[in-house]
Design a protein around this ligand. Structure first.
Ligand SMILES: [Ca+2]
Ligand SMILES: [Ca+2]
Ligand SMILES: [Ca+2]
Length: 828
């Protein structure tokens, strides 16, 4: 049967279903997972509350998943026209589901203002009624400021039409509406009292004016998949553009809460349009890199739960004359439901002929991909040649005609005073160094890597980076040289070889900062980070985050000293210096390995590293025994003793944490490796267990930061286990993580790596160029973010959700190990 006939049959089936359906199924129903549902529309009420690590993560409150895409969130009582990430968020104090009345009630509280409110969402036919209740009037300080808001995803609404009380308009592609300024005294307090803005001494903040106001708004009148009608008879609706204050702002619709009133103070009716009998298009997961001829090739097809699986799928070959032919037709096998969708698999492993192919399932065709022996050859090149050197701190970095950034933080780092911090760091009352608060700690502005989309040096991550490069170097000795690095000139140029393998230069660059920390501070800093919030959210050239001049409190803000070397602007970065002996121990371990690797290349640095390693280790051990810590180390020691035949640990513990034992194999004897065997056998069963847990066969994380690190760790361990124990871990297993990363995953089938070789990599990532809706080549996205209770997503048109789109220095160097090991396995 060809696909057209199938489609006809499907339409006939749909019509008969439609005729048989009671009118009620057009209404929103409160389902077992505690959200309102009709075909094409999910309305979630605080399934995800405002409790992420970074304040307003644009992931919470009342949310709408509209025809498969989460386009609306942030429904809550808020204190600003267009809340930014560090504006206050309400704490959910109660959530009650009333099945009988089909409603969900949420109580929320702002502790800072002793302000409580309740929101009740009730299904009313195809709409929900959202009502705000106050038991006490809005506090005086917030009167006229507090309101009920919901937020619309700009990338899904821009350029679409909207209608306010009959007046037509269009959502702007870029923020160009109007603003006013108001006295700072009128602005509700921001998170922990920080300020997201630099008012340049005016003592005024910027407040956007509405795009439109009225009582009925219909958004996306030109797009049935996005159309929503919002009506309020008792409150004025105001539509704002949140991007006026912050590039990651959303379109905001709000009604200000009336002053002095209690009871039901605001009522909205929200009706998301549903396309009749909408069925989500199948998402055919496959590897955008392609496949080598002999590897297993299984596409995982994600289906709407109302979609009926087809019996077969086809692999089509694109011939060199441009015509296509059927290469293989095979059965589609049911895997079953996983969260909100249903999954089937299509195995085309038997096709081994090199060529260009695409998959066809019903009417859905994938883009083309390769089957070829060389598809993995370039998987790490973009990350090592482009992403990593761009993240080298304290250097000028250039590529062709483009400068990625100038030399950042020329003024160096000050001793952090006692503080709580916006990026989850703390400095206690005692500096634990020889420096006074805000005194310059010399010599720290050298080496190191930017953390991620932000520009701080997270010491733990930087230790991981060096460790990852050392592991890559020691096992695979990559000689690739595409980067010019001059520490003397503080200059990096991409695609200019300089005779030194880049990985060695990256190890050196990481060590220059870490050793400087040990030497100058006496131990490892927890982080070198921004002192003020209004330059932490910096988007642009890293060299312009600070003014490059030493902060001098005797000068007025924005004033520069006569010699041009000091300024009164308190923008210098801080070193957070509370001592953590386990971090020092971790550093000592890496310093010892780095000394080994750097010997013969940079002997001076190797010697300094070894000296600091010895000192840090003995001091940290002493501190730890004083603090009676190190219980986890005791377990590791017991397991190690078992492996060396002296203790009574056991292989189950080892299997659970196999990687360090695999890493030790080259340093140990054959007996050690044999003793590991039962643990690796158990690990083989663990690998297989993922085939029953989810259709993709990898560990899928459900946390607030998507799980690429766990997936990469899994992939690295599988790869290493195969390298050392190919008789236990077969070569077929090493492709699991590659498939996932390069497109065989839920939501869409784009590669999570902005990478050389993939046909369809993701287009947008969260990096320091995120405001350009772009990416830094070689970046690896955290990937698939889980939203409670049953939704996975990865936006590819909206970069700003870090939990799904931000590459980190530790994660991306993990990817280099994973990719290097995979290439090694495939090519040997
Ligand atoms: Ca950071
Ligand atoms: Ca080089
Ligand atoms: Ca400065």
């Amino acid at each position: 049967m060809n696909s057209e006939k199938w489609e006809m049959k499907k339409i006939v089936v749909l019509f008969s279903v439609l005729l048989a359906m009671p009118a009620m199924s057009q209404d929103l129903q409160l389902n077992d997972l505690e959200y309102f549902e009709r075909q094409g529309v999910n309305v979630l009420v605080f399934s995800n509350s405002f409790n992420g690590g970074f304040n307003d993560e644009k992931n919470s409150g009342i949310e709408i998943i509209h025809h498969g895409v989460r386009t609306v969130q942030g429904g809550a009582v808020r204190l600003n026209n267009t809340p930014e990430q560090w504006d206050l968020v309400p704490k959910m104090t109660n959530r009650q589901v009333d099945r009988e009345n089909g409603s969900i009630e949420v109580a929320m509280r702002y502790d800072d203002y002793d302000f409580d409110s309740r929101v009740v969402v009730t299904a009313k036919g195809p709409a929900v009624e959202i009502a705000v209740y106050l038991d006490k009037p809005v506090p005086e300080k917030l009167a006229g400021e507090a309101g009920f808001n919901i937020e619309f995803l700009p990338s899904q609404y821009w350029l679409k039409t909207f209608l306010m009380d009959g007046r037509l308009n269009r959502f702007p592609r870029y923020a160009t509406s109007q603003t006013i300024t108001r006295p700072n005294s009128e602005k509700p307090r921001q998170f922990k009292g920080f300020k997201t803005y630099d008012d340049r001494g005016t003592d005024r903040f910027v407040d956007p004016l509405p795009l439109e106001t009225g009582h009925q708004l219909i958004v996306a009148t030109d797009d049935p998949s996005r159309m929503i009608k919002i009506t309020s008879n008792d409150a004025e609706l105001k539509l704002f553009d949140g991007r006026m204050l912050a590039q990651n702002g959303w379109f905001v619709l709000r009604s200000v809460l009336p002053k002095g009133k209690t009871g039901k103070v605001i009522t909205w009716t929200v009706e998301p349009h549903a396309i009749p009998n909408w069925i989500r298009e199948p998402n055919i997961g496959f590897s955008q890199i392609g496949y080598i001829p002999e590897q297993p090739k299984v596409a995982v097809i994600e289906l709407d739960k109302k979609d009926k699986p087809l019996a077969t799928a086809t692999l089509m070959r694109i011939k060199t004359d441009g015509t296509t032919e059927q290469a293989f037709k095979g059965a589609v096998k049911e895997w079953g439901p996983y969260f909100k969708y249903n999954y089937v698999k299509f195995d085309f492993s038997s096709v081994k002929e090199p060529g260009v192919y695409f998959i066809q399932y019903g009417d859905t065709k994938t883009n083309d991909f390769l089957i070829d022996a060389h598809v993995y050859d370039k998987i790490t090149d973009a990350t090592t040649d482009v992403w990593v050197p761009i993240h080298m701190n304290h250097m000028y970095v250039t590529e062709g005609y483009r400068t990625w950034h100038g030399e950042p933080f020329k003024e160096g780092y000050l001793q952090a005073p006692e503080s709580d911090h916006f990026d989850l760091h703390r400095q206690g009352p005692n500096t634990e160094t020889n420096y006074k608060p805000l005194e310059l700690i010399p010599g720290l502005n050298v080496g190191g890597f930017f953390d991620a989309g932000d520009f701080d040096i997270e010491t733990g991550s930087n230790i991981n980076v060096v460790q990852n490069f050392i592991r890559t170097w020691e096992l695979f000795k990559p000689q690739r040289d595409e980067t010019f690095v001059s520490q003397k000139q503080r200059y990096v140029e991409l695609h200019r070889p300089d005779g030194v393998p880049d990985v060695l230069q990256f190890i050196e660059h990481g060590m220059l900062n870490l050793v400087a920390q040990a030497e100058q501070i006496g131990h490892m800093a927890s982080t070198l980070s921004n002192s003020i919030l209004d330059n932490y959210h910096h988007l642009g050239d890293a060299a312009s985050i600070t003014d490059g001049l030493h902060y001098d409190p005797s000068l007025k803000p924005y004033e520069v000293s006569a010699d041009g070397k000091r300024s009164g602007t308190p923008d210098d970065m801080w070193a957070f210096t509370n001592r953590n002996p386990s971090l020092d121990l971790q550093a000592a371990g890496v310093f010892t390995s780095a000394a080994r690797v750097l010997k013969g290349y940079n002997d001076d640095l190797a010697e300094r590293a070894q000296k600091q390693a010895d000192r840090l280790r003995s001091e940290a051990q002493q501190l730890q025994s004083q603090r009676r810590r190190g219980r986890r180390n005791a377990q590791a020691e017991a397991d190690n003793d078992w492996l060396t035949g002296t203790g009574d640990g056991n292989y189950r513990n080892v299997a659970r944490n196999l990687q360090p034992y695999l890493d030790s194999i080259p340093m140990k004897d054959a007996a050690y490796k044999e003793k590991l065997r039962p643990a690796v056998q158990q690990y083989a069963e663990y690998i297989k267990s993922f085939d029953t847990q989810n259709p993709y066969g990898v560990p899928i994380g459900l946390g607030n930061w998507a799980g690429v690190n766990a997936v990469l760790n899994f992939g690295i361990t599988v790869n290493y286990a195969h390298i050392y124990f190919p008789d236990i871990i077969s070569k077929d297993e090493v492709y699991r993580v590659a498939n996932w990363l390069y497109g065989c995953h839920p939501y869409h089938n784009y590669s999570f790596v902005a990478v050389v070789g993939a046909t369809r990599p993701k287009q947008v990532f969260y990096g320091n160029n995120r405001a350009d809706f772009s990416f830094i080549p070689g970046n690896v996205a955290p990937g698939l973010l889980f939203r409670k209770p049953d939704h996975f997503e990865n936006y590819d048109d909206w970069p700003f959700l870090w939990g799904q789109n931000e590459g980190t220095i530790a994660g991306n160097t993990q990817y280099i190990i994973f990719g290097s090991a995979l290439k090694d396995i495939v090519n040997n």
